[in-house]
Design a protein around this ligand. Structure first.
Ligand SMILES: [Zn+2]
Length: 427
């Protein structure tokens, strides 16, 4: 058995004993026969849950060129075969990629995750002239522009899959104190589901065809389905709840209308909820990404109509309306670090230091509580360190109040997953 001696649980110093995968005792405990970890007053919390990310895309991003600062990062990447790049915020086409890398086939993922842009060598390698799928964008003459919308599965099929290094991803999660994740990738095939289950973290897969949790439904930002199509998709998902990718004002109106027709399920949730108009009824459960305010906030301030800004990534006003709002990363498209996410929910500052929606700031504790809610049902209360609970735990170097005053992943000391210590950082 493992004894965590002198840790802070719910504000009080105590000892916590683990046996197998479970917390078996809390109090002032003798330590004969136990393996002892000295907590020195650091907070012991349930392991964090990231309620929306994409594990396979995270692994793929690890072997890609980061073009978030521009396509110039591709210059000089001379080798054979396909080059993969991620994080582009540009709006260009194949010719923009040709300008920096004409020789080698390149595919560049837009930071939204919805779009790949291939250069002319890539258009030839994929034989796009002879591919007649809706996602292949064409110009007025019928020539492919190199822009491929939501064609990840097709591209992977064409290029062959590379075995992703999920172990490195899982290790990174554990070092941050994350013991459970919701993979929000839609329409996973069974092989991908089996691969994802090799990750030691607790998992909820929104794209699992055989699951019983929420089903991911995507409302593409630029190509909304008709009301009838959406109603049919939600009906097909029942009796499971739906987790709906919903970013724009128009998508939100469409979704509300569709659910009024089909009927609400208590487990229905909205992913992103980037614009939820205050003039419309609020949603019951929203999985938001405060990290985008940090990573992209300056772009939002420049690009989004001023009238939409008060409705952007609402948090406080939805909590006040009685909704459940939980934070998540959307990694690799948003910053993974959950402590940076808590900080972003509290401060809502952009990289340049401007505050985006001051009225929507929430206390750090409220953001943390969202990360402690169960994966399967985010409307249930935050998990607690208590006898009988799973030994999914994170130990901090400092008391909780100190962490909440200045959230920082460097203050995570050790993580347990099913009673097994997966990380012991230095310090
Ligand atoms: Zn996502």
């Amino acid at each position: 058995m493992t004894l965590l001696r002198d840790v802070e649980v719910a504000g009080a110093r105590c000892d916590v004993r683990l046996a197998g995968e479970v917390v078996v005792d809390i109090g002032s405990l003798a330590d004969a026969g136990d393996e002892v970890v000295e907590g020195r007053g650091g907070a012991l919390l349930p392991g964090l849950h990231d309620h929306h990310l994409h594990l396979l895309a995270m692994a793929a991003a690890d072997r890609s060129v980061d073009v978030s600062a521009g396509l110039q990062a591709l210059i000089g990447q001379h080798a054979d075969g396909w080059l993969r790049a991620v994080g582009w915020s540009g709006e260009g086409d194949r010719y923009d990629v040709d300008a920096v890398m004409p020789q080698r086939p390149v595919r560049v993922q837009h930071r939204s995750g919805a779009l790949w842009v291939v250069n002319s060598a890539g258009v030839r390698a994929l034989d796009l002239r002879n591919v007649h799928l809706a996602g292949v964008e064409r110009d007025a003459t019928g020539e492919p522009t190199g822009r491929l919308w939501r064609m990840d599965a097709w591209i992977a099929e064409r290029l062959g899959r590379t075995a992703p290094d999920l172990a490195a991803v899982a290790d990174r999660l554990a070092r941050l104190g994350i013991t459970g994740v919701t993979d929000a990738t839609p329409d996973l095939d069974r092989d991908s589901c089996a691969l994802l289950r090799t990750v030691p973290q607790r998992l909820l897969l929104l794209g699992d065809p055989d699951g019983d949790g929420p089903v991911k439904v995507v409302l593409p930002d630029h190509a909304l389905p008709s009301l009838d199509e959406l109603v049919a998709r939600v009906e097909a998902a029942r009796p499971r709840p739906v987790a709906v990718h919903c970013v724009t004002r128009e998508a939100y109106v469409l979704l509300l209308t569709a659910l009024d027709i089909v009927g609400h399920h208590p487990g229905d949730r909205i992913e992103h909820g980037a614009v939820i108009p205050a003039s419309l009824p609020p949603w019951c459960a929203v999985v938001t990404q405060p990290g985008f305010l940090l990573a992209r906030g300056d772009d939002y301030l420049r690009d989004i109509p001023p009238a939409d800004l008060p409705d952007l990534y609402r948090h406080r006003s939805l909590l006040d309306a009685g909704c459940t709002v939980v934070a998540s990363s959307d990694a690799p498209y948003g910053p993974l670090d959950p402590w940076a996410v808590v900080r972003a929910a509290r401060d809502r500052t952009t990289r340049s230091g401007q505050v985006l929606g001051a009225a929507e700031r929430v206390p750090a504790r409220a953001a943390l509580d969202g990360l402690l809610r169960p994966l399967q049902d985010i409307t249930r209360p935050p998990r607690q360190v208590q006898v009988g609970a799973a030994a999914d735990l994170v130990l901090l170097h400092v008391p909780l109040a100190e962490m909440l005053a200045d959230p920082d992943a460097g203050l995570v000391r050790q993580t347990w997953l099913r009673g097994v210590s997966t990380v012991a950082s230095q310090g």
